[in-house]
Every structure is written in C-alpha cells, then in structure tokens.
Design a binder for this molecule. Structure first.
Ligand SMILES: O=P(O)(O)OC[C@@H](O)[C@@H](O)c1c[nH]c2ccccc12
Length: 286
C-alpha cells in the first residue's frame, strides 16, 4: 500500500478524502444505479452557462468561492448563506462561482450549489473530489457548469475518462495541478476550449500555501499549451492563498489574470463587499 511521501503509514488528508469519496460513490450507486443516473443526465437539457468563456471574456476573472469550512481552517463562515453570498459575488463583479459540495471535510452540500446557481446567472464550478464517472453525471444533473479534476488524486486512465465524459456532457473542466509532475500529466489530456488549468498554491497534503508555486509552474504550462496551433490563449487560474491587491498585482504582472478565491471573502460578514473592495484596490496599470 502506498503512503504519502512525507509520512509513513498515516494517510494524508487527501488520501482520507479519497477513501471517503469511494464509500460515498458506492452508497450513491446502490441508491441510484449508474445507468439510471446516466439516463437522467441524457434527458436533462438544462443549458450550461459557459464557465471557461466567462473567464476568457474578463480582464480580471474572479472565481468566487462559497465555502463554509475547510480541513485546514475549520469553520470559516458562521452565518453561512450560500444563495445570498452567490448573489453578492455576482453584484460585486465575480465572473464565476465555485461551490464546495463535499460534506465530510468542507461542510458543503449539493443543495448549496443548486441554491447558488438558482440565485445568479453566473457559471458554477462544482468543487468536490471527482474520482468516478458516477460523480460526473451527478454534477451534470446538479447543474454544474464546470467540474474539478485534481491531478493529485487521479491516475492517468481515470483522469482521461472523467475529462472526456465531462466535455461530452457539455461541462468545462478545471484541471488542477500543484507540482511539475502533475503538470506533465495534465499535458497528456486532449486540448479543448473546455480546459482550464488551475495551479494550486496550497499543497493538499500539508496545507502549506505559497503563491510562488504559480510563478514557478506557469511559464512551463504556458509554453507547452501555446505550442499548439489553437488560436485560443490557454486559460490559467491561480488557486488559493490570494488575500490582497498586492497578490493580484503580482499575478497580473506575470500575465495570470484568473483567480480562485475563497477564504479571504468567506471569513468576512459580507463576502461580496470583500470582493468588491479587493477589486477596487487593485492597480491594473502595475
Ligand atoms: O480559500 P482560498 O485559500 O482562497 O482557496 C480557494 C480554493 O483555491 C481552495 O478552496 C481549493 C483549491 N483547490 C481545492 C481542492 C479541493 C478543495 C479546495 C480547494
């Protein structure tokens, strides 16, 4: 049995989350078999809102996250109101929403995604740990416009399968990397205008956050993606640990224009106001 590199025998948080997900999927599948769920998805023609395109058309594209708690911080927001916060984020200029649906580690819920989407016209990312095609159909039926594929918890065969299925269903895909090895693996996925590449500044095993991680990996990512003939500029999002106008200016100076931000907003009483004042304080000519 493999263990994480920094400890022996004690499973990392990410490993524990993946095990919980395996149980969750097995349980869901016994309540509603895959075939029935896939059929439900086939009959659902709810239009998708175009997550990748919303980012493409923004000068500064903010994916504002609706997150009640996290394994590293515990409860972040004590008066959690997903629909209200989603509305506030839209009014404040967010391009997209990210909603945590994982229950056990983030105190999320599928219902929060549905409520946030119903309260806005913004495209929504289902922020959860996808390990099985079953969850991709589930995400579609929930109304997700984009799903997350975390390279750190997926083998090559599975990531290819989930990527293809998501795009086939019409959803966009946020492909999350944290290391150079994951970057190389992500580059084996077929290129698509549905692809968004996320560089996570947080290590999901140690929770260590370092914005330099985006700066260290982005050049290689851009070079590899731009070598293709496709006219579209690759979409790259810097994820986690963004707190200040200075953080945003640092990224803009390196041609990173898309941001996934949660805690900085959610730890305040009015997440939308926090987003608005952050955007207002960014010096875009820097
Ligand atoms: O709250 P922050 O530091 O602004 O980070 C948001 C987002 O990047 C983070 O929630 C996240 C990024 N990748 C993930 C994967 C799973 C769970 C959560 C995440």
């Amino acid at each position: 049995m493999t263990t994480s590199s920094h400890t022996a025998d004690i499973p990392s948080v990410l490993q524990r989350i993946v095990r919980t997900k395996q149980d969750e999927v097995a349980k869901a599948r016994s309540d509603l078999p895959l075939d029935a769920l896939a059929e439900q998805a086939k009959n659902d023609d709810t239009p998708r809102r175009g997550f990748a395109n919303a980012l493409r058309s923004a000068d500064i594209g903010i994916i504002a996250e609706v997150k009640k708690a996290s394994p590293s911080k515990g409860i972040i927001n004590h008066n959690f109101e997903p629909a209200l916060f989603a509305e506030q984020y839209q009014a404040a200029g967010a391009s997209c929403l990210s909603v945590l649906t994982d229950r056990d580690y983030f105190q999320g819920d599928d219902a929060y995604l549905q409520a946030a989407r119903a309260a806005t016209t913004l495209p929504v990312l289902r922020k959860d740990f996808m390990i099985d095609a079953y969850q991709i159909y589930q995400s579609y039926v929930l109304g997700a416009d984009c799903i997350l594929l975390i390279m750190a918890c997926l083998d090559d065969a599975t990531v290819h399968e989930l990527h293809a299925l998501s795009i086939q269903l019409g959803m966009d895909v946020l492909i999350e990397i944290h290391t150079e090895e994951e970057l190389q693996r992500a580059l084996t996925l077929p290129r698509s205008t549905h692809n968004i590449y996320g560089i996570n500044n947080r290590n999901l095993n140690t929770f260590e956050v370092d914005l330099q991680n985006t700066l260290a990996l982005k050049a290689q990512l851009i070079a590899a993606l731009s070598a293709d003939d496709s006219a579209d500029k690759p979409l790259i999002v810097t994820e986690s640990g963004i707190h200040s106008a200075a953080d945003i200016e640092l990224m803009l100076g390196q041609d990173i224009r898309h941001f996934l931000i949660g805690e900085q907003f959610m730890k305040t009483e009015h997440p939308g106001q926090a987003l608005q004042s952050l955007l207002a304080s960014v010096n875009t000519s820097a």
